[in-house]
Write a protein that binds this ligand. Structure first.
Ligand code: NAD
Length: 493
């Protein structure tokens, strides 16, 4: 073991060389993935009227793991009719009883947590430790939290009565498939609505497995319906006349299209869209702690996170030291098989997303930023990208402006808090931000001046079902989580 120091470089590195390798630590639980998933409409698994299915590819090895029904407009219509019929009964179910259903769903998900974690990792590519320790427990926590609200709605808004909206249409992305489903379904049911939901086309499996949890919980048929497919199915879902509200999580481009197409329809709308968060480190911050927060902020879930801290703003006086520590930390990240419990960075969700990341990284090089990647070997099969830092980034670079949605961090510097705020807010997005400093007063100043729905202080990527989440500007509007998220699914009379 050698300790490397340098006068110009204050960071120290422990070099273990080839002294030892990690033993493989594969997760072995059975995911129970079926060879084919049909639609879930009115409590039944039904073949699509299109008679078409599409392949679900595991990004871990680029192999087909299942096939998924392609829902057409007639299927979407059947799902809405089932949800509308179910609404007439479900709205009369007492809050206490609705709460019991939600509670049962949460417990059943906990019972099958390992199975769901493995399915989520195989389907989406995220490391098993993240599916196991974050996605599945957090999804269950959202059902528990909203089970608690269901019988207390009369106390949520004193003097006003909270009424369900009716049938809500929901569309979710591929980065947190099960968790986004929980964010959408739990508050909708707690308020007495019924649901038609579409998962993303690359990650439909845990949604369709979740149908079996709804069945086991005895949820009445039609209260929750799942239609699978890609953009055309989503288009049919958001524009269906029976929808009283649309809740969409996904890209800003699609969110804008939806907003345009719903204008004048009278439907309620919530949009949870993209982000380009600034993670801001002041020179009085606990630097090692900040480095961990920066790493977590950008490499959690391969950077497929809407609130990823993808722009690092670091105070000029400590910029060299922070970059040096980040480069060292980068070398210790393990990239590879997401089913291995040692893996920090798993597979990129799809070939298409890998191409997008590659193209943006190439633009960073072409525009003059300096790239830093560790030398790590990537699996031969599947979709993988090494953790990447860019220093010398300017505000006009594409990698500083566009959402990369991958493990790529753009580093910029600032001198004063005012400059940090100006640079952080210089983006069309406004979803999240991070502030690292020893001074409470600076945290308060920054969090009131940053145009971001969530500002984390001396931490990053912390979530709780009781805490509302959502954006400003092109990151969308409306909140999910907390009382604020609950009220998005109700009319106050
Ligand atoms: P996407 O917009 O391509 O797709 C999202 C969903 O919309 C998918 O289910 C897709 O099939 C569907 N869809 C596509 N075209 C549609 C259309 N015309 N009408 C209706 N539905 C349509 O986004 P994505 O690539 O799946 O997800 C990544 C994006 O999601 C990123 O921009 C990320 O920031 C964002 N995101 C935001 C949040 C948040 O809370 N703000 C959370 C997670 C992800």
């Amino acid at each position: 073991m050698a300790v490397k120091t340098s006068k110009r470089n204050p960071a120290r590195e422990l070099l273990f060389g080839n002294l030892w390798e990690y033993d493989p630590a594969p997760e072995t639980a059975t995911p129970n993935i079926e060879s084919r998933y049909r639609l879930f409409i009115n409590g039944k698994h039904t073949d699509p009227k299109t008679k078409k299915y599409f392949d679900s590819i595991s990004p871990r090895n680029a192999e087909k793991i299942s096939e998924i029904a392609l829902a057409g407009p007639a299927d979407v219509n059947a799902a809405y009719e089932a949800a509308a019929a179910a609404f007439e009964k479900w709205r009369k179910v007492s809050g206490v009883e609705r709460g019991k259903y939600l509670y049962r769903i949460a417990r059943l998900l906990q019972d099958r947590a390992r199975e769901f974690a493995v399915a989520e990792t195989l389907d989406g590519g995220k490391p098993i430790v993240e599916s196991r320790d974050f996605d599945v427990p957090m999804a269950a926590a959202h059902f528990f939290y909203h089970a608690g609200w269901a019988d207390k709605l009369d106390y949520a808004t004193p003097g006003r009565t909270l009424m369900p909206l009716g049938v809500v249409g929901q569309v979710i992305p591929w980065n947190f498939p099960l968790l986004m489903l929980a964010w959408k379904i739990a508050p909708a049911l707690a308020c007495g609505n019924t649901v038609v939901l579409k998962p993303a086309e690359t990650t439909s499996i845990t949604c369709m497995k979740f149908a079996s949890i709804l069945e086991d919980a005895g949820l009445p048929p039609g209260v929750v319906n799942f239609v699978t497919g890609a953009s055309e199915t989503g288009h049919a879902l958001v524009n269906h006349p029976l929808a009283k509200k649309i809740s969409f999580t996904g890209s800003t481009a699609v969110g804008k299209d939806i907003q345009r197409s719903l204008a004048g329809s009278g439907k309620c709308l919530t949009l949870e869209l993209g982000g380009k968060a600034a993670n801001i480190v002041f020179d009085d911050a606990a630097v090692d702690q900040a480095v961990e927060g920066i790493i977590n902020g950008i490499f959690f879930n391969q950077g497929h996170v809407c609130c990823a801290g993808s722009r690092l703003l670091v105070q000029e006086s400590i910029a060299a030291a922070v970059l040096s520590k980040l480069k060292i930390r980068l070398r210790s990240l393990r990239v590879g098989d997401p089913m291995d419990k040692n893996t920090d960075i798993g597979a990129i969700n799809s070939q298409k997303q890998l191409e997008k990341i590659t193209e943006l990284v190439e633009s960073g090089i072409a525009e003059g930023a300096e790239i830093h990647q560790p030398s790590c070997s990537l699996p031969d099969k599947g979709y993988y990208f090494p953790p990447t830092l860019f220093s010398g980034v300017t505000l006009s670079h594409r990698i500083a402006r566009e959402e990369i949605f991958g493990p790529v961090l753009s580093i910029m510097t600032f001198r004063t808090p005012e400059e940090a705020v100006e640079k952080a807010n210089n983006t069309p997005y406004g979803l999240s931000a991070g502030v690292w400093t020893d001074k409470g007063s600076l945290i308060l100043k920054m969090s009131s001046e940053l145009k971001a729905g969530v500002v984390w202080a001396n931490t990053y990527n912390k979530f709780d079902p009781a805490s509302p989440f959502g954006g400003f500007k092109e990151s969308g509007f409306g909140r999910e989580g907390g009382k604020q998220g609950l009220l998005e699914y109700a009319e106050l009379v």
